[in-house]
Design a protein around this ligand. Structure first.
Ligand SMILES: CC(C)(COP(=O)(O)OP(=O)(O)OC[C@H]1O[C@@H](n2cnc3c(N)ncnc32)[C@H](O)[C@@H]1OP(=O)(O)O)[C@@H](O)C(=O)NCCC(=O)NCCS
Length: 277
């Protein structure tokens, strides 16, 4: 089929089943609920032929000047025909000049490099069945009045105003916080995803606090399949491996139109996901 017969349309919930088939073909773990979450937070574009979804891309626009591009997939039988490039052009148009971040697979790397994305750092993915872990002290479940503080900390750490994402996590997952002198000094989130649960984002002032938050969030998931995506420089990889969460792969964090940022007192120790940063 000539690639010219493939239309690009705005992605809607009607395309989610077709999108799910693509991510399953690529052996990604997303459930339809995970796709629905991504689409609810993003503008999506789908490549369609006779009603069949042959490709997808999501552009997640955060309230300030940053966006992520994610869920870029083309049906295996249709690769190498320029569909990925068309989807990326449409996603970049939606992003319209913002700083744009993504986490690339080896498959996506050549395409993103050609579009002006440059590597910033490496992401490592750890996962596995969770064994028992002692409940850490100094961490507690967040209450509704903590959500605004979690948004502020998240923004300071990653430079993106992800209030919609944090609201989603507060409503559909659970948030935990560390308090110091009556203020929220770090937070983490857990939610259902893929084969089990994912912990992230985890935002803290240092790796000791990050480990306390992760331990607290993971303690309730004994026997469950758990995933954590972290950066190579977070220093958490060997600790996660010791807990039984094996290193199974990762990705290449990239940026286009990156803006300089001030150094913050907190940093992101675990990603919400490779898609959302
Ligand atoms: C990445 C992906 C979306 C690319 O889709 P595609 O339709 O095959 O890409 P295109 O045909 O538009 O190719 C775009 C450009 O990248 C280049 N390219 C694509 N795949 C390449 C590869 N494996 N090696 C070298 N170059 C490659 C093409 O040559 C083309 O460059 P050109 O326009 O200068 O010729 C597709 O391979 C895919 O779905 N992979 C599995 C899911 C995945 O990993 N997605 C990326 C998530 S970050």
């Amino acid at each position: 089929m000539p690639a010219s017969q493939i239309d690009l349309v705005e992605m809607t919930p009607d395309h989610l089943e077709g999108a799910l088939a693509l991510s399953q073909q690529a052996q990604w773990p997303h459930r339809i609920e995970d796709w629905a979450m991504g689409l609810a937070l993003s503008k999506g574009v789908a490549a369609i032929h006779h009603g069949r979804v042959l490709g997808t891309a999501l552009a997640t626009l955060y309230a300030n000047d940053v966006a992520t591009i994610n869920m870029v997939i083309v049906d295996e039988s249709m690769r190498g025909m320029g569909i990925g490039k068309r989807l990326m052009d449409a996603a970049l148009e939606a992003v319209s000049g913002r700083e744009c971040r993504l986490v690339a697979t080896q498959d996506g790397l050549p395409l993103y490099q050609k579009l002006g994305f440059a590597e910033t750092h490496r992401i490592v993915q750890h996962q596995g069945p969770m064994s028992s872990i002692p409940l850490s002290e100094g961490v507690e479940w967040a209450n509704s009045s903590d959500v605004a503080d979690c948004m502020s900390l998240d923004r300071a750490a990653c430079g993106m105003d992800r209030r919609d994402l944090i609201t989603y996590l507060a409503n559909n997952g659970r948030l935990a916080v560390i308090r110091r002198e009556g203020r929220v000094a770090g937070f983490g989130a857990i939610r259902h995803f893929g084969r089990g649960e994912v912990v992230g984002p985890v935002v803290a002032g240092d790796s000791a606090d990050a480990r306390s938050l992760l331990s607290f969030l993971m303690a309730g998931s004994e026997g469950q399949f758990l995933r954590v995506d972290t950066s190579e420089q977070s220093g958490l990889a060997s600790w996660l491996t010791e807990l039984g969460l094996s290193h199974v792969g990762g990705g290449i964090a990239m940026v286009r139109n990156g803006k300089p940022r001030e150094t913050a007192a907190v940093q992101t120790f675990a990603l919400a996901s490779q898609a959302l940063g």
